[in-house]
Design a binder for this molecule. Sequence first.
Ligand SMILES: [Zn+2]
Length: 536
Amino acid sequence: MRVKSLTFVMQLLLAVPSFAAESTHRFTADMMTAAERSDYERTSTFADVVAVIDALAADSPLLQRETLLLSREGREVPLVILADPPIMSPAEARASGKPVIYIQGNIHGGEVEGKEASLILMRDILYGDKRRLLENQILLFVPIYNADGNDAMAENNRPNQELSPLRTGVRTAHGLDLNRDGMIVEALETQALYGRVLQRWDPDLLVDLHTTNGTWHGYSLTYAPAYHTAGDEATSAYMSEVMLPALQAAVKRKFDLEFGWYGGFDYRNWPPTALRTYHHAPRYLTNHMGLRNRMAILSETFSHDRFYKRVHAANAFIEEILEYTRVHGAEIRRINREADTRVAASAIGQEKGVQFEMVARDERLDLRSYRYIPYANDDGSTGFARSAEIVTIEDVLNYNAFAPTKTATVPSSYLFSGALTGLKDKLEAHGIWVQTLEADASFNVEVFVVEDLVRTGARLNGHQNSALQGYFQAETRSFSRGDFIVSLDDRLAFLIFYLLEPESDDGLVFWNLFDAYLTGELATQQTAEYPVFKAL
Ligand SMILES: [Zn+2]
């Protein structure tokens, strides 16, 4: 007993210097966000964000900075690295063995609270009471991913956000929706994210912070994992079945906040029987991460909440995510690395989906929603009034999963002509290794014979997207020295597959990369060959 209390006193004495050292850090007005300083009337401009990061950096060696990109309008978009001890480079991060967690706000320039919440959390980690969030992990923050979109501020850019704040930026970056660019990689922002973050820092988890477009559900925030489509199942399953349920319980317990699965429902069939999510496609960055054997969370605050409440919800969520990864980061890293090994060793020959449909999860949910009250219009039709009451509707089907409707075989490699340098560049933007044949060689391949190129009706980022109709045919083909080959005994095999399969619903065909060639061929003959060949 005596020994014990002496030890306790010793611990207290030892603890004093570090506590004192931390408390001497200045916590100054210039560390406040524009939202905090304006009583949540205003959201930060790019200059405001940089000023806060400057203030945070001034007195902390734990903060390092890189430039993510120089935006089209000349803004140097910051990537902030927090680590204890400090980390100066991706090589040091790798050597540390710690998981890297990447959090980005403001991909849609009008969805502003992730930006504010990221700045607030960085400050509270460095100068407040959340230093523990630097235990066991390296944190990367991009508070203002779409800097040009953010600064295109005007009133009423986001009418569903209840004019709170009054002025926000716009959704796109120079017309490109950055959360539809994950496969074709046309925006500077996506090129920078892939080149400077994913390929260098290789984060184990990506968190993408948004605001919903308007569904009157009864949650402060809704979330989705990287959906399991053509990727390895383990990473998505961990998010859906383990991590997200744990986070939902934690924010309820600690902050008394109600979070739930992302989705919309049809209130005209009141009460709703099904919640339906958005889309499986990897053009969405969170889904894209699944094809890279990494985890991701889509976060959507409730657009009808006042701005300060949305910042609070986003802040609570990223804090809880980092509490979770602080404890379970090694497990997340192990699951990701095991997926890498498994994909590289066994992707070849698997039947994987190339087109998908939304399906219900096994487990139903209790859906919180504002109550809609049906009433009869004079013309006999039914109208719906949205009451102020939030109700819980039990046993609702949760369409937050996907199943393949069409599959294809993962080849051992894809081969294509050395003339297709544009295709090679697209693959390399994803960090895919494209090799050059050093000698002429023949391969047993499957050729996709194109009978028709149809427009899908989807219009995304200025593309009218395409789909191919046709069939595979086995042949032996000669390739020349200088032609390109992409091997699928690679950890990115499922990403390569989704990009290059001719019938993929979000591959490079869909994004019109082969339109000019194929329509030219089909103008003069019955069929054409898809110019990427599958060696089996
Ligand atoms: Zn969004």
